[in-house]
Design a protein around this ligand. Structure first.
Ligand code: NDP
Length: 328
């Protein structure tokens, strides 16, 4: 495993990490979640990501049980959770001081932990003043309930404002962003955030590196029954499923088929190629993967060995297939 500093901090996170969205607490049993986390840990993954909203809190519960069960040293783990959608109550969502403080406590209880290493604002909250948000995350850090705070899917402008407020008040600014980044979703990391990487040395822990499995090639000839896109009672998966059956979806599948041929040349799987491509970006601190089976983790971790094979020539071939490089 390779470890990278998380942005402008002394904290090291594994270059590949494991998250629980859709899968843990929902799609698979606690036993499978435990097997996946154990496989990940044994392969050197130290960073595990969850959120208060995942499976209505059950993801944190199942991941917390796994952490307890294996008795891993807390110092060997980097655990993150994210706050924004904590429940149906008027004050159980958003980034008010009340929800940040109460939400953190509720997440820690579900995780059976005294602290998380990383605490994210899962989305921006334009209805709460930035000073309240920055002060509340600092309060939680000062209480020892989180070590660093960050953002997820905030615009560069919003992150810049948070830094300005933190600078003015001499408070801790957000350390890392958690944006979507994969071969089909590039603009934020490759364009919008460039000033953040330069000016603040912002860390980036990226999500959906396989575009929910699309970039593994598993959807090239339909939807396998044991895949997340086959989940019938999940609105996000329904949207992704429907999106496959559009012109844009068909173009993406055509590209994935071409990526598979390139992967063959490199003697790797399409998933490994897609993950290696994310890992190659020096602004990416950690690629947060998802897995419903331990075998997927074993396969995905080998993506690290593919990164050195991504020569200039191969990258050019990839750009020719993707044809979506953000114009700077
Ligand atoms: P991916 O795009 O990598 O999708 C993961 C899914 O793809 C797996 O659950 C599995 O689903 C399938 N898969 C993984 N590896 C393989 C393989 N080798 N071969 C075939 N299929 C494979 O990541 P996620 O979308 O899960 O995102 C990763 C993490 O990022 C989440 O768990 C969460 O922690 C975080 N996240 C954060 C968000 C945010 O707003 N901040 C939003 C979304 C995610 P299956 O077996 O069911 O087909």
């Amino acid at each position: 495993m390779e470890y990278r500093y998380l942005g402008n901090s002394g904290l090291m996170v594994s270059a590949l990490s494991l998250g629980g969205w859709v899968t843990y607490g929902g799609q698979v049993s606690p036993e499978i979640a435990q097997k996946c986390m154990k496989t990940a840990f044994d392969l050197g993954i130290n960073f595990f990501d969850t959120a208060e909203v995942y499976a209505g809190g059950q993801c944190e519960i199942d991941m917390g049980v796994a952490i307890r069960k294996f008795g891993w040293a807390r110092s060997d783990l980097v655990i993150s959770t994210k706050l924004f959608w904590g429940g149906k109550g008027r004050n159980e969502r958003g980034l008010s001081r009340k929800h940040i403080i109460e939400g953190t406590d509720a997440s820690l209880k579900r995780l059976q932990l005294d602290y998380v290493d990383l605490l994210y604002a899962h989305r921006p909250d334009p209805d709460t003043p930035m000073e309240e948000i920055v002060r509340a995350f600092n309060h939680v850090i000062n209480q020892g309930k989180a070590f660093y705070w960050g953002t997820s899917e905030w615009s560069a402008q919003q992150i810049t404002e948070a830094h300005a407020v933190a600078g003015r008040l001499n408070l801790i600014a957000p350390l890392m962003e958690q944006p979507q980044y994969n071969m089909f979703h590039r603009d934020r990391i490759e364009k919008e955030y460039l000033p953040l990487f330069k000016n603040y040395k912002m860390g980036a822990t990226i999500w959906s590196p396989l575009a929910s499995g699309l970039l593994s090639g598993k959807y090239n000839d339909g939807i396998p029954g044991d895949s997340r896109l086959a989940l019938q009672d999940n609105a996000v998966m329904k949207r992704l499923r429907d999106a496959l059956d559009t012109d844009d979806g068909r173009v993406k599948i055509t590209k994935v088929k071409k990526l598979a041929l390139l992967a063959q040349q490199l003697d790797c799987s399409t998933s490994q190629l897609a993950l290696a491509w994310c890992l190659k970006n020096p602004n990416v601190s950690s690629v947060i993967t998802g897995a419903s089976k331990p075998s997927q983790i074993e396969e995905n971790v080998k993506a690290l060995t593919i990164v050195p094979l991504l020569t200039e020539e191969i990258m050019t071939s990839l750009e020719d297939i993707l044809a979506n490089k953000p114009a700077l």
